[in-house]
Design a protein. Structure first.
Length: 737
């Protein structure tokens, strides 16, 4: 068989019907030629198509709209934006000069994404977009929060026991979880270790960076380039760190969201009843404040927070990042700044867990698909939906919450022919408890203040423990923002059990071991319900040097991944006296349904965290570190992360089982394709159905040549779940019956 005949091209049938009639060899040649000429799947044809639609609307408006990122200055309309670049220059010297030449200012240059935070005259945006080193321009949008019983409901108690004031077993010890949110109450008893010391090891406030930056630049003033190089140990870096330091600040979380999120991931609440212990009750916490006291922030602040986490990840062993927030975006995952930053963190070895959003139903209670927020639409992150446990530890009565956002993703780009292409990736990845979950409630030291959430929604503070000792108060919250930290805590347990796991491998394990909820489809629940016990046991069966071998380039496709003397556990779990089977399902590339033990017994090149695969496109990140110097260790502090189309490689090996054809063509009425019940597909896989790949899946110059689920344009009931900036509505905080 020739190499060309092994490829099946993943394309939209309507747009490329003519190409599909070509012989395989000619088809491959055409695609490779298109790639070589620069017509990749995400490249825009015109300057206008590089500019986000909401920014286009503001530029064209007769008067300056009232948004946080646009303002008239001396009679000129200015906009604040994120300019994403495809330049390989980490300092973006030429692009910064162009911004200054256009009469603008440069506020920040990011590590997590090759981008600048700028202020420019609105009438100069398209001129900047016309540059060859500009990939996209997005407004500096607002972001917002998405808004123990949890131990038993998720299976975490299978892994540890509690006696005499401490846990025995896996509890997240030594693993750092970064919480990017509204702040974390460092002295709440849920955040303390056994010795009474706070497990919030560092706290920073990125809102002090802001548009004026922590380096002292005035807001809405043109002609300033403040993008100084933050070299480790330099005076500039020391000044920056001192400005954002927020350690042990009394008023850190007046909104109240971040403290609750942190407690679900890593709270230690066994000291009172009800037990509000989280999933990883001895993990270290890193409080990265990016949301205000009213629960809102700017995209630039979140990117700065992700930068901070990436920069300090190796220094503090931050292995997990939780983003229970989102921004409204219609951009493809390939160019969206928040998605780019999140997958840069993945490339740096950080597992990124995000809330899917709370827009699964409209104001009339009707189900809406296509409502997953950014960065949940990125294929590299773990996007989490919400389930209602009905207040019981049993899993048999759990259902997907109506408010939980449904897939597919609806980010889009304009191709070289001027046609709008929609990403249409399967999301969420899995679901976790997120309905009326009890957790920490912030108060000030005197106990006189309660969080904005608790004061606004009087149903949220726990009736007994909202008036107890100041640092032990509790409240209820609901939403995918509460589901996400349950998964983040699980990742900490997995990394405690096996520190050699990579983010994409962790995601695959979580999906494979998940429990399908009967009656819910792929767009509602992904692979199924979080199974902490199953995920950790799979992690324990694998080698502990996988990540280091990938980094050193000493592991090859198909290499053995099992630890010496280990085998994969049986695909079933018993929790709270009930047994259930696993989904045995992994979604790869957003459209490929895969299964089989070969995914985990043999090395799959896709477990390299530097690769990002979504639909027909695969991107590769290159992570560069600051060189060793006096007091600066080598390979510790990230200097830049550059993303380009991935070179030729094999993503998935032979012997992996494909379940894509089992799902069929997407039809909501027939319940097939993306609408197939996950439990149905799981049952077929358990009985031995599926196609064993003889050749695997191969990548050619950034384009995946393999068939996937066809997601038509007509299946989406709502173009976007957001009317403004948030990925949650306030009603979700109160939960569902």
């Amino acid at each position: 068989m020739s190499t060309a005949s092994r490829y099946i091209v993943l394309i939209e049938r309507r747009a490329l019907a003519l190409l599909q009639r070509l012989p395989a060899a000619l088809l491959l040649a055409a695609l490779l030629l298109a790639t070589l000429l620069g017509f990749g799947p995400a490249q825009a044809q015109t300057a206008q198509s590089k500019v986000a639609r909401d920014l286009q609307n503001v530029i064209a408006a007769p008067t300056t709209p009232k948004v946080n990122w646009a303002k008239d200055v001396n009679g000129i309309r200015f906009v604040k934006a994120l300019v994403v670049s495809n330049s390989t220059d980490p300092d973006l010297v030429a692009l910064r000069s162009a911004v200054m030449g256009a009469g603008g200012s440069v506020y920040l240059r990011y590590v997590s994404v090759s981008a600048l935070s700028v202020m420019v005259p609105a009438n100069q945006v398209y001129n900047l977009a016309a540059r060859s080193d500009v990939q996209g321009i997005s407004p500096n949008r607002l972001t917002a929060r998405t808004s123990s019983h949890v131990e038993y409901a998720t299976g975490a108690m299978n892994l540890r026991t509690y006696a005499n004031g401490s846990y025995t077993g896996l509890d997240g010890s030594g693993v750092g979880i970064a919480i990017l949110d509204s702040g974390v109450m460092f002295n709440h008893k849920n955040m303390l270790d056994a010795a009474g010391a706070s497990r919030v090891k560092r706290a920073v406030d990125m809102q002090r960076v802001g548009d004026a930056t922590a380096l002292g630049v005035k807001d809405w003033v043109p002609g300033v380039d403040a993008s100084a190089s933050l070299y480790p140990g330099s005076p500039t870096m020391a000044t920056y760190e001192s400005k954002i330091a927020n350690d042990q600040y009394n008023m850190v979380d007046k909104y109240g969201h971040g403290s609750h999120v942190a407690s679900v991931a890593a709270g230690s609440g066994f000291y009172q009843t009800p037990d509000s212990t989280g999933i990883a009750p001895n993990a270290n916490l890193y409080d990265v404040k990016v949301l205000s006291d009213s629960g809102f922030g700017q995209l630039s602040d979140v990117l700065a927070g992700i930068d901070w986490v990436i920069y300090h990840a190796k220094e503090y062993n931050i292995r997990v990042m939780n983003l229970s927030l989102a921004a409204d975006s219609t951009e493809t995952w390939q160019t969206d700044p928040l998605a780019r930053a999140a997958r840069s963190a993945v490339a740096a070895g950080i597992t990124v867990v995000v809330a899917g959003g709370n827009f699964g139903k409209d104001s009339l209670g009707r189900e809406r698909f296509g409502t997953v927020s950014s960065p949940g639409h990125d294929p590299s992150v773990i996007t989490v939906g919400s389930i209602n446990t009905k207040g019981t530890n049993a899993r048999s009565d759990d259902v997907v919450n109506q408010f939980s956002s449904r897939g597919p993703t609806r980010g889009s780009y304009v191709d070289t022919t001027g046609v709008r292409r929609v990403d249409n990736l399967l999301k969420p990845d899995l679901v976790a408890p997120g309905n009326k979950v009890i957790g920490s409630m912030w108060t000030d030291k005197a106990g006189g203040l309660m969080p904005w959430l608790g004061g606004t929604y009087t149903q949220l503070p726990h009736t007994t423990y909202s008036k107890s000792a100041i640092a032990t108060r509790l409240m209820w919250l609901s939403g995918t923002s509460i589901s996400a930290p349950a998964v983040a805590g699980t990742v900490a347990l997995m990394l405690q059990a096996n520190p050699g796991l990579t983010p994409p491998l962790i995601k695959a394990i979580l999906q494979y071991s998940a429990q399908p909820i009967v009656g819910a489809n792929l767009l509602q629940q992904g692979a199924g319900m979080l199974n902490v016990d199953g995920a950790v046991k799979m992690a324990q069966a694998l080698r502990t040097d996988i990540a280091s071998a990938i980094g050193a380039g000493t592991i090859t496709a198909g290499a053995n991944l099992l630890a010496a003397g280990k085998s994969l556990p049986a695909p079933s779990t018993t929790a709270n006296g009930q047994s259930f089977g696993w989904s045995r399902l992994v979604v790869l590339g957003g459209r490929q349904l895969m299964s089989g033990t070969a995914l985990f017994t043999q090395y799959q090149p896709l477990w390299d965290p530097r690769l990002a695969w979504g639909g027909p496109a695969v991107r590769r990140n290159t992570v560069t570190y600051w060189p060793a110097a006096s007091g600066v260790p080598a390979n510790t502090f990230v200097r830049s992360i550059v993303e380009v189309p991935a070179p030729n490689t094999r993503l998935v090996t032979s012997t992996v089982v494909s379940a894509t054809s089992l799902a069929g063509t997407t039809s909501r009425n027939a319940g097939t394709g993306a609408y197939i019940p996950t439990a149905t597909l799981s049952g077929w896989l358990a009985s031995g159905s599926g196609i064993v790949l003889s050749e695997g899946i191969v990548l050619s110059e950034g384009i995946v040549l393999s068939e996937g689920i066809v997601l038509s344009e007509g299946i989406v009931l709502s173009e976007s779940g957001q009317t403004g900036v948030s990925s949650a509505d306030d009603s979700s905080l109160l939960g569902e019956p």
